[in-house]
Each structure stands twice: as C-alpha cells, then as structure tokens.
Design a protein around this ligand. Sequence first.
Ligand code: CDP
Length: 254
Amino acid sequence: MNKQQTTRQPHPSLTGGAKGGSLITIAIDGHSSCGKSTMAKDLAREIGYIYIDSGAMYRCCTLFALEQGLIAADGTIDEAALEARMSEIHVSFQLNAATGRPDTYLNGECVEQRIRTMEVSSHVSPIAALPFVRAAMTAQQQAMGREGGIVMDGRDIGTAVFPDAEMKVFVTASDEIRAQRRYDELVAKGQPADFDEVLANLRERDRIDSTRAVAPLRQADDAIVLDNSHMTIPEQKQWLLDLFHKKTHPSPSL
Ligand code: CDP
C-alpha cells in the first residue's frame, strides 16, 4: 500500500473534545449511490481531516481483476488467481489541486474515471464479497486511520473497520432518487448511462452487500441515520457539521 498522500490541516478549533484533544474517526456507511462520498469529502475538507473512499479501493480491485482477465464474460471470478495476485494491488489517493478532492491511483496510475464506469460497478459487489479481498482492504483502511483525523465512507466502516469510531452515520435515500443521482453523475461525465440499468445495478449491489457473509452492509447500533432523499448538498453538509461539533464539543453537563 502506498502511503496516503492527501494532506491534513485540522483547524485547531475543530479538534479535541471527544478524545480529550485528539482527532476523532468518522465512519459514514450506507447504500449505493446515496451521496456518501460527496458528503464525506465535503466534511473532510471543511474540518481538515483526511478523506478515504473505501469503495474506490474495492473498485480498484475490480478494475485490476477485469484488466488482468480474471473475470470471465459470464461474471465468474478466478478467485485463486486473484488471491495470489492481491499483493500486486496498491491503492493510494492524491489530492487533485484543480478539484480540491482526492483522486484514486492504482499502482501509481490515476484511475479515478475508470473505476466509476458501469462495467466496474456491475462486478464490484461480488469482488467485495470475497473474504481475502475484504481482509486485505480492511487492513489497509485500518492502517490509514490509525491516528484518527479521518473521514471514511463505505459499507462496513462503523461495524468492521472502525467499530470504535466516535462518529458514525448511516446514510440512505429512496432507490429512485439514488438511481437518478448516479444517472445524472454518469451523464455529466459523458459516460454511457441507462436509468433502468443504473437502478437495477444499485438494487443488486445493495442485495449482495447486505447479504454477504463477511462484514455485510448494516447500520451499526450506535450510528445515526441520515435519510437525505429530500436534502440539498448544503443542507446535508450542515447536518454533518452540526453532528461533528456535537461530538467534538459536547455541551458541559449541568
Ligand atoms: O459510489 P457507490 O455508493 O455506488 O459505491 P462505492 O462506495 O464506490 O462502493 C462500490 C462497492 O464496493 C459497493 O457496492 C460494495 O460492494 C463495495 N464496498 C464494500 O464492500 N465495502 C466498503 N467499505 C465500501 C464499498
């Protein structure tokens, strides 16, 4: 694993509180295409924390498997070959000065666009369900978050990766709204998109992600639910910031 290369510059007033002066860990989990990464990136930028897109790491494993011919046309994965080659997968993130957001790199090459295609989306959940893939990615995520000061989004961050995270959010929105958002995103990037295919893909990913044996998608008992179906991006950002301030500056007990 290459070293995380995004920088963190926490504002002094934004740290402390929950851990007696140290940086906290923020886990944002939820269903496919519910806008987790947008809100996690915005929050991290605002509070000077590092943002890690754990889904991008599973997408990199999927892109690697596709490009190495380890996924057959019928979707069958050559699990033995992928397991043997897991050590060849190095994911890192680098801040893109133009967008102000981190780009994903696979083995030193920027794959930010290529990991977001429908082809990758349609194979990622079976890849992410493989126990050896999860073990490798979970270990890397835990290493990245060892010092706190991190916002990580995914499916199992509050339950399996950082079960002790001080702030856990579980995000959801209606299927149709999520599909519309993802469809608009693909169209905006000039990628081929079909609404019904996008909707079917996110439902299928939710099904696989929620029913897999290892670290299934579920709400952590201590997570706070955010249904953002009818929220604007600025509204959800404010909601998260308010929660962050509550966690780091709890009101003194009377
Ligand atoms: O962007 P979107 O919410 O649609 O998905 P993503 O966060 O990019 O994640 C892609 C896929 O990776 C998910 O559908 C899961 O199958 C898998 N994933 C996972 O298993 N565990 C995580 N912590 C993050 C993603």
